[in-house]
Design a binder for this molecule. Structure first.
Ligand SMILES: Cc1ncc(COP(=O)(O)O)c(C=O)c1O
Length: 391
């Protein structure tokens, strides 16, 4: 069955960095009659998923679940914790960091946006330096995108926490894990993150439609005095209803069935093994890219993403044209270059419900598409990847 209408037979390869492939187990789990979201059967489901969802965040604190895409959870994190005119510190790591700071501005926050080259993550030393220069504690929050989906660069959230501590600064720490949760090691409690933002459609292997705020005690405390207007996003009535397994409004019932199943799958594999699998696939992908003679966009090996790889083409090639050829001939969707990287890079998503042979097929399709598009590549690329997978 193809889903894109190219008529080539076989399954479509959805290798964008989210939404990701939804496992059959999750699809079957969602194939249920929608039930009364104020009835006892729903309460049992609600209580179970609200407890189980804490594991991938690495938290024992509450996780708020919204029927919204990740952008909604971004807004929720800001409007529950901050007040008009509050200063926030952000870093230009790529397209999503740029969009999030733009939202902060539009909500009435004072944004300090540190420029970046879209090839590096947030530098912990710059966080420390900036906060150390703020003895009056004007900065109320540091906003970090853990895994920049536009660049394939992962910021070092634990080291940034250490930098905030070294500056002895009380700023809230807000982290977007939309393309890392359930794929890349993450520890909300250990790293004392105050709000962790996530979405359903990537490492959690679900369709788009729900998103999350994991909240620290400090964030809950801040929400009591925060004055940005909020209604739908307000944690308080949601947490009150959640105590009995309910929501104050209609939850995304069938996606919650899917969430229950996806969390079971992650627990069965074991989160450390899930993270190791993603790292192996990322390493194999980079081996292919280098073997082809092409360039990985991420420049610092400490920041290579486990969930996606962005590949930079030379000026004479249009990455969107390569993607078009691959979709037309091999029925595979790859991620486009976003913002200032448009047409310069394409992105391979290797996250979520994914295994060695799916990666081998993906890389074979990319290699064939590059050749067909006239990009000079060394066919040894695929062999280099297979060697990593064979280890
Ligand atoms: C890192 C990151 N943040 C935020 C978003 C926005 O999430 P959504 O499109 O679910 O609203 C995305 C979407 O891809 C993302 O990758």
């Amino acid at each position: 069955m193809t889903t894109t209408g190219t008529g080539t037979g076989g399954r479509h390869f959805l290798q964008i960095p989210g939404p990701t492939n939804v496992p059959d187990r999750v699809l079957r789990a969602m194939d249920m009659p929608t039930i009364d979201h104020r009835g006892p059967e729903f309460a049992a489901l609600g209580r179970e998923v609200l407890e189980a969802v804490k594991a991938p965040f690495g938290t024992s604190n509450p996780v708020v679940v919204y029927p919204a895409s990740g952008t909604g959870a971004w807004e929720a994190a800001l409007c529950n914790t901050l007040s008009p005119g509050d200063r926030v510190l952000c870093f230009e790591t790529g397209h999503f960091a740029t969009l999030w700071q733009d939202m902060a501005r539009r909500l009435g926050l004072e944004v300090e946006f540190v420029p970046g080259d879209w090839r590096h993550g947030v530098p912990p030393e710059a966080v420390q330096e900036r906060l150390a220069a703020d003895p009056g504690h004007e900065v109320k929050a540091v906003m970090v995108v853990h895994n920049e989906t536009s660049t394939g660069v992962t910021s070092r959230v634990g080291e940034i926490r250490a930098a905030i501590d070294a500056a002895q600064h009380p700023a809230l720490y807000l982290v977007d894990t939309i393309s890392s949760l359930g794929s890349i090691d993450y520890r909300h409690d250990e790293w004392r993150v105050d709000v962790t933002i996530a979405g359903s459609q990537k490492g959690l292997m679900l369709p788009p439609g729900i998103s999350f705020n994991a909240v620290s005690d400090k964030a809950l405390e801040a929400s009591r005095t925060a004055r940005l207007p909020r209604s739908y996003w307000d944690w308080e009535p949601i947490l009150a209803a959640n105590a009995n397994g309910f929501w104050p409004y209609t939850p995304a019932t069938n996606i919650l069935y899917g969430l229950r199943e996806a969390l079971r799958m992650l627990a069965e594999e074991g989160l450390p093994d899930v993270y190791a699998r993603h790292q192996r696939h990322a390493e194999a992908t980079r081996a292919a890219v280098r073997g082809w003679g092409l360039e990985v966009l991420a420049l610092d090996e400490r920041e290579y993403s486990g969930s996606l790889t962005a590949i930079l083409l030379s000026d004479e090639h249009d990455a969107d044209e390569v993607r078009r050829v691959i979709l037309e001939h091999y029925d595979m969707s790859l991620g486009a270059g976003l913002g200032r990287l448009a047409r310069k890079v394409f992105r391979i998503g290797h996250l979520g419900h994914f295994n060695d042979l799916m990666l081998a097929g993906t890389l074979a399709g990319v290699q064939m598409g590059l050749v067909r598009s006239g990009v000079k590549v060394d066919p040894a690329g695929i062999q280099a990847a297979l060697e990593v997978l064979g280890q």
